[in-house]
Design a binder for this molecule. Structure first.
Ligand code: ZN
Length: 278
């Protein structure tokens, strides 16, 4: 599935690279309670399974086309897993791997960096510069349990001189800015797109589910630092609502694109009206 949105001159395509999968909410979110789920289910039943204690997850990878550049945000799993689906999605929106100019890596998890290089260490986006926050790179490199993953995904890029490091607030291209969103991973970095009076924030697993918009205090079981993740999530939700930001949430169904709206004094997820073409 492909979902699309525009921010000024930027075209965003959100490519769904995983099938929808259902998981018990209690296995995804720490401390979630039944009444919060019921409240969310009343507004957004399409994000739940048949039983409201089951939530739906997927993975979306965004690709951004500006008048002069193509930017891929994360690379999905390694090719032998779901990478082939990303390649299909890119082809469906008319993009070949060699046409990608920048690959923005939000954080170190294998579903985000696993598809950066092929089985022989070759860059799968051969003309691209690959960008990752310096903090996330350092943390990835020093994490013993991810040593194999670092060697198979990031080191080949570094060895070939294709990797560049980002600081918080770095402008990677006109209208595209790196925004530190720590918590899920220490150096997790989201990408802000701004043009023509509109703005979007493509998130680095800062949140996973619509219920976390209303309840940013519910961290996920995958958040490395649950307290920091909750603080970051609250800031992002505040900012998204006050600034009218379009959010792109990597693991939320229907492209993960939507807004934060205030409804009866509560912040809620308002999915973008989408027009799917594949
Ligand atoms: Zn993820």
């Amino acid at each position: 599935m492909i979902y699309r949105a525009n921010i000024g001159r930027f075209e965003i395509a959100s490519l769904q690279v995983w099938p929808l999968q259902q998981m018990p909410a209690s296995e995804v979110l720490l401390d979630v309670d039944a009444s919060s789920l019921e409240e969310c289910h009343r507004r957004l039943p399409q994000f739940f399974g048949d039983d409201l204690s089951l939530i739906e997850l997927t993975q979306n990878i965004c690709v951004i086309r500006s008048p002069d550049q193509i930017v891929l945000v994360d690379t999905g799993e390694a090719l032998h897993r779901a990478g082939a689906i990303l390649a299909w999605g890119l082809a469906a929106v008319g993009i070949q791997p060699h046409e990608v100019d920048l690959v923005f890596l939000t954080h170190r998890d294998s579903d985000h960096v696993g598809g950066a290089v092929g089985a022989h260490g070759e860059a799968l986006y051969p003309r691209a510069k690959y960008l990752i926050s310096r903090l996330e790179y350092e943390a990835f490199k020093s994490e013993a349990k991810r040593a194999d993953q670092f060697c198979s995904s990031i080191k080949p890029l570094e060895d070939r001189g294709l990797l560049e490091f980002l600081e918080d607030g770095a402008e990677i291209a006109a209208g595209l800015t790196a925004v530190a969103t720590p918590g899920h991973r220490s150096g997790a970095t989201s990408l802000r797109i701004e043009d023509g009076g509109q703005a979007a924030l493509l998130l680095a697993d800062t949140l996973h589910l619509p219920v976390q918009i209303t309840h940013p205090e519910f961290s996920s079981v995958w958040d490395g630092d649950a307290e920091l993740a909750a603080r970051t999530r609250r800031q992002i939700v505040d900012q998204a609502e006050s600034d009218g930001l379009l959010l792109a949430v990597p693991h939320t169904p229907f492209g993960g694109l939507g807004y934060v709206q205030l409804e009866a004094g509560k912040r809620v997820w308002s999915p973008l009206e989408w027009d799917s073409d594949a």
